[in-house]
Design a protein. Structure first.
Length: 272
């Protein structure tokens, strides 16, 4: 019998000399975006065939929200990472979300363990419902110290952007344009994922995972990424076989990174 998930709110904490500050860390997310109806009387950039506009998230708040599975049997522990422009609530913020439905599956990919040269991780499936996508989601073929994880709407790592601060009314706050961009393609590479990585050990000698994996307190989360965004409404309509909205409202690209340590925050705090 399986039970409902328990939401365990956490916030980021980076230890510094002389103390520590909840939500601190470092990171960036910048690129070229277009958002229809984003500003009063106009757009942010112009949709094709026009030109997108430069965008800088300039995040100053970093948070991780593990959702721990307490069901009987093997556990699937979720992790949601947030990069926010500031420490205000998500309803009045620009926020980039990195959603990992099964952190253990991603950790196994990052560990990159092999047994007799055979991957001890999912090296065959693409992680998407799209039959045209053929590249495995956990891609070690490029070499290097960490795998490239392909970001897809249905994949083991999903990224979305909600510009609720940029696309807000300046004359009648807190009115905003509720538009979300989902990563239709792209990649993310984790340098640190709560100790899952073992880059200095030959792949056949790396430690196997036993039991349930979940992000540990005090462990770092460090990654770089590149994503191409599409309209969430359009993506969901295609997935569900519904009538596709006539025109997408958001698109473009974002590149960036994040680097922070995960620690406990105040109880029952779902947003800062």
């Amino acid at each position: 019998m399986r039970y409902s998930l328990v939401f365990v709110p956490l916030v980021a904490l980076t230890v510094a000399v002389g103390g520590c500050t909840v939500g601190s860390g470092s990171g960036s997310a910048s690129g070229m975006l277009w958002i229809v109806g984003c500003l009063e009387g106009g757009n942010f950039g112009s949709p094709p065939p026009g030109d997108p506009a430069p965008f800088e998230l300039n995040p100053t708040f970093f948070a991780g929200e593990p959702i721990e599975d307490i069901a009987d049997g093997p556990h699937i522990n979720r992790l949601i990472i947030r990069m926010q422009r500031n420490g205000n609530g998500i309803e009045v913020n620009d926020t980039l979300y990195i959603d990992i439905p099964d952190s253990g599956e991603v950790a196994r990919c990052i560990r990159g363990r092999t047994v007799g040269g055979v991957p001890d991780y999912d090296a065959t499936t693409t992680g998407t419902l799209d039959p045209t996508v053929l590249t495995p989601w956990c891609d070690w073929t490029a070499g290097g110290m960490s795998p490239r994880i392909n970001v897809l709407p249905d994949g083991p790592v999903r990224i979305a952007f909600a510009p609720l601060r940029t696309c807000g009314s300046r004359s009648r706050p807190p009115a905003f344009v509720n538009v979300t961009g989902d990563a239709t393609t792209g990649w993310i590479t984790f340098e640190h994922f709560s100790g899952a990585e073992q880059p200095d050990i030959p792949s056949d000698e790396r430690t196997p995972f036993t039991g349930d994996f979940k992000v540990a307190f005090g462990e770092p989360l460090t990654a770089t990424f590149h994503v191409e965004l599409g309209d969430h409404r359009v993506i969901q309509a295609v997935r569900q076989g519904l009538v596709v909205p006539q025109d997408p409202r958001i698109g473009g690209t974002l590149d960036g990174y994040f680097d922070f340590n995960l620690e406990r925050g105040r109880a029952a705090q779902t947003f800062p």
